[in-house]
Design a protein around this ligand. Structure first.
Ligand SMILES: Nc1ncnc2c1ncn2[C@@H]1O[C@H](COP(=O)(O)OP(=O)(O)OP(=O)(O)O)[C@@H](O)[C@H]1O
Ligand SMILES: [Mg+2]
Length: 397
């Protein structure tokens, strides 16, 4: 749904072997779904799909060996492939005797060359092992007739050898299909019977990421009659879905301590901020938003924020009480008094200096700032989840 252009581009590339096709996009944006829909339409072609395992696939060339295990027919196989007899008992009867020692690398390469018309899909190449990263460009440079290799990855999560391997692959690829978030119409189409207003709110909160849309719908009541205000309130009050919490926690864990601190500071600030303000709030003078692997994006020139409302909320809620209190208490190191800018945790008897509060559960009722549609409310389930950031006028942001 909502992917006609990408489907057409991928189908076109896959239908013209031999070649390598790259499919890239952020976590949960719909890469696997796109590829699955494309290959499911193929007829008379052997299709196999396997994914690399995080954090680094522990099995050298394991993803290729698994792909090959699905093959039932092979063309002429060179002798090096005999080295795979013990690893591929399913194919032993098709393989030459293991007469000479051969590197696993050469054996797999020779077997791939014998495969005939096939579409092999390797998912999550950001986690591929070193040998797979070495083999992929070798195949891409001279793909055997009949082979289409579809390589799927998250660009933000490429590190080390994976960066150069994908760059090399790109130089040989027949096509690179970039999968971006869905637009409002796409979210509406995938969400099923929801009102147009609810679809708009879903799109705003999920950034058009199908994974988030799916998960959000799982924790919401029917939205078929919800107006904008109701849909927003329901989302505010719903818990962060467990799978979203886990996915965001995994992504944050993978960051360097400095990048993580920046991401946490952005969650507490709650609105787009300059890199300087984020660094000051995080107390990490050298941290860079670019090092947050796409968790923080430049939402307007020079200003960074979490990619989605859901991610920001998940990070905020995962903060420990003391860490949250610390960030609320001194979000940019420039608060002129000890007054916690967000009214959290409550510190009686100190002078308010902020031009607006954060609207936490403990914010005083006469706090000047009031929520608007871009913000979220604190609820009992959201553990004093702030509605809005609160940098004072003299902050570097
Ligand atoms: N266009 C779409 N219409 C409906 N549902 C979709 C669409 N795209 C993706 N989904 C659903 O959203 C979820 C996430 O999609 P998918 O697994 O394809 O993301 P991904 O980009 O492969 O993520 P990851 O990088 O984590 O592997 C899946 O359950 C998928 O079925
Ligand atoms: Mg996937």
């Amino acid at each position: 749904m909502g992917r006609e252009r990408e489907l057409a581009a991928l189908a076109d590339a896959v239908n013209w072997p031999p070649g390598v096709v790259l499919v890239e996009g952020a976590a949960g944006v719909g890469k696997s779904r796109l590829v699955a829909e494309t290959v499911s339409a193929l007829r008379g072609v052997h299709v196999a799909t396997r994914r690399c395992l995080p954090p680094r696939d522990p099995f050298p060339l394991g993803v290729f060996i698994e792909l090959l295990a699905d093959c039932r027919r092979l063309g002429s196989v060179r002798s090096a492939a005999g080295a795979l007899r013990s690893r591929l008992p399913e194919l032993a009867h098709l393989l030459p005797p293991d007469s000479r020692p051969a590197a696993l690398f050469d054996a797999v390469r020779d077997l791939v060359a014998a495969i005939g018309r096939a579409v092999l899909v390797i998912e999550d190449v950001q986690w591929a092992d070193a040998d797979t990263l070495r083999l992929l460009p070798v195949i891409a440079a001279d793909p055997p007739p009949g082979l289409t290799l579809v390589v799927v990855y998250r660009p933000d999560d490429l590190t080390g050898d994976a960066v150069s391997a994908v760059r090399e692959l790109g130089a040989h690829a027949a096509a690179t299909v970039s999968v971006g978030p869905l637009d409002v119409a796409g979210v509406w189409a995938m969400a099923g019977p929801v009102s147009e207003a609810a679809a708009e709110v879903l799109w705003e909160r999920t950034g058009g990421f199908p994974f988030l849309v799916e998960q959000a719908l799982g924790v919401l009541p029917p939205l078929d009659r919800a107006d904008r205000r109701t849909a927003a309130a329901l989302l505010d009050d719903a818990p962060v879905p467990g799978l979203v919490r886990d996915a965001v926690a995994d992504a944050v864990r993978a960051l360097s301590p400095a990048a993580r601190a920046l991401v946490e500071a952005a969650a507490v600030l709650g609105e787009p901020a300059s890199a300087d303000l984020l660094r000051a709030a995080a107390d990490r003078p050298t941290a860079r938003p670019e090092d947050t692997r796409g968790l923080l994006v430049e939402v307007e020139p020079g200003r960074y924020d979490h990619r989605t409302w859901f991610a920001r909320r998940a990070v905020y809620e995962a903060l420990s009480g003391p860490d949250r209190a610390h960030l609320h208490g001194a979000p940019c190191g420039c608060w002129p008094t000890a007054r916690p800018p967000c009214g959290w945790p409550p510190t009686p008897g100190v002078r308010a200096t902020s031009r607006r509060g954060c609207g936490t559960a403990s914010a005083p009722p006469d706090w000047p700032w009031r929520p608007d549609s871009r913000t979220w409310r604190s609820t009992s389930s959201a553990r004093s989840w702030p509605r809005r950031a609160c940098p004072p006028p003299n902050c570097p942001g």
